[in-house]
Ligand binder design. Structure first.
Ligand SMILES: C[S@@+](CC[C@H](N)C(=O)[O-])C[C@H]1O[C@@H](n2cnc3c(N)ncnc32)[C@H](O)[C@@H]1O
Ligand code: SF4
Ligand code: SF4
Length: 298
């Protein structure tokens, strides 16, 4: 290894990360068409997963070493490992659990739940699987009255649902969700899914649609206005060329008894130029405000 690379690796091993994302299981109750986790070349083997006690002790050590304040709990489906969530969320001041809504939510400390739902029933089910929209609505309807965590939803915008977003907002407003964000599809290189716009200019229409929805539903849509502006084609590349998520969010994927770090939170094979990840543009807007020191993802 060159001296430069060795010192970069050493620096990454010890520096502070305000946030991390961790896949606590590679198992899932769904197989969504857009999912970056199950792409070839990413650590995603569902067999032989780390025990709960080992996982919690590794996360505790990482929290201390990097002073991690925000933990994003993901998978696969993180609610398939409730023991990890019960113990692990005690380690971090702020927790975000992103779930597919097929399992009941559990009460956790200092926690926000993000329930993924990708459009009105027909579109959602074409991506997330038959019956998944109704399962999400059922989970939302079963959130107890006195539930402590914040409950919100997230929709992944693609070239195929960009005209269906208002219909989704209208139906989510009738549920227990307190708000929602839109994230935009992160394609692999040479994407052939048909979900990508293929260029930033073609994506602009969808970004502008979310901007206008935010005018209509300012309380319910939680994307920051500036984050959306930064996502427009004249600005986006200057953000992704210098990706703030790479610097501030440590990705931890599960590989048997180890956590491994892929290229970024979205795995190894990503097309950064077309990345529309909510977290990237949220952090870019926060950095512009100079509020790096108090980055709070939950
Ligand atoms: C990988 S999932 C893991 C947690 C859980 N299984 C779920 O679906 O919410 C985390 C989030 O990433 C989103 N996602 C998956 N693939 C994506 C992609 N290619 N681009 C942008 N977001 C994506 C999902 O819709 C979900 O909101
Ligand atoms: S539910 Fe989440 S982890 Fe599972 S396939 Fe869908 S996006 Fe991926
Ligand atoms: S794909 Fe997105 S999150 Fe990953 S490094 Fe590229 S710009 Fe950052």
């Amino acid at each position: 290894m060159s001296e430069d690379k060795a010192s970069q690796t050493k620096e990454r091993a010890h520096r502070q990360y305000p946030a991390a994302m961790v896949n606590i299981t590679n198992r899932c109750t769904l197989r969504c068409k857009h999912c970056f986790i199950y792409r070839d070349g990413n650590p995603n083997n569902p067999k032989g997963e780390m025990s709960t006690s080992l996982m919690v002790s590794k996360l505790s050590e990482l929290q201390r070493r990097h002073d991690i304040q925000n933990m994003l709990w993901m998978g696969g489906e993180p609610l398939l490992r409730p023991d990890v969530l019960h113990e692990g969320t005690k380690l971090f001041p702020r927790n975000i659990v992103t779930t597919n809504g097929t399992k009941d939510l559990i009460d956790l400390p200092n926690c926000t739940y993000v329930i993924s739902v990708d459009g009105p029933p027909e579109y959602n089910d074409s991506i997330r699987g038959k019956g998944s929209f109704n399962r999400i609505m059922r989970t939302l309807s079963r959130v107890p009255e006195q539930f402590k965590p914040i409950v919100m939803c997230q929709c992944c915008v693609t070239a195929k649902n960009e005209d269906l977003l208002e219909e989704l907002v209208e139906s989510l407003k009738l549920t227990r969700a307190q708000g929602m964000t839109f994230t935009f599809y992160v394609p692999p290189k040479d994407d052939e899914s048909g979900l990508s716009w293929g260029s930033l200019e073609r994506r602009d229409r969808a970004v502008r649609e979310v901007m206008s929805l935010k005018q209509v539903y300012p309380e319910f849509i939680w994307n920051k206005g500036r984050s959306l502006e930064l996502m427009l084609s004249p600005n986006s590349k200057s953000v992704t060329d210098n990706c703030p998520s790479m610097k501030l969010v440590m990705p931890l994927y599960l590989e048997g008894d180890e956590f491994v770090r892929p290229y970024c939170c979205y795995g190894n094979d990503v097309d950064c130029d077309l990345c529309g990840a909510w977290v990237v543009f949220y952090l870019a807007a926060k950095l512009e405000e100079g509020t790096f020191a108090d980055i709070e993802l939950a």
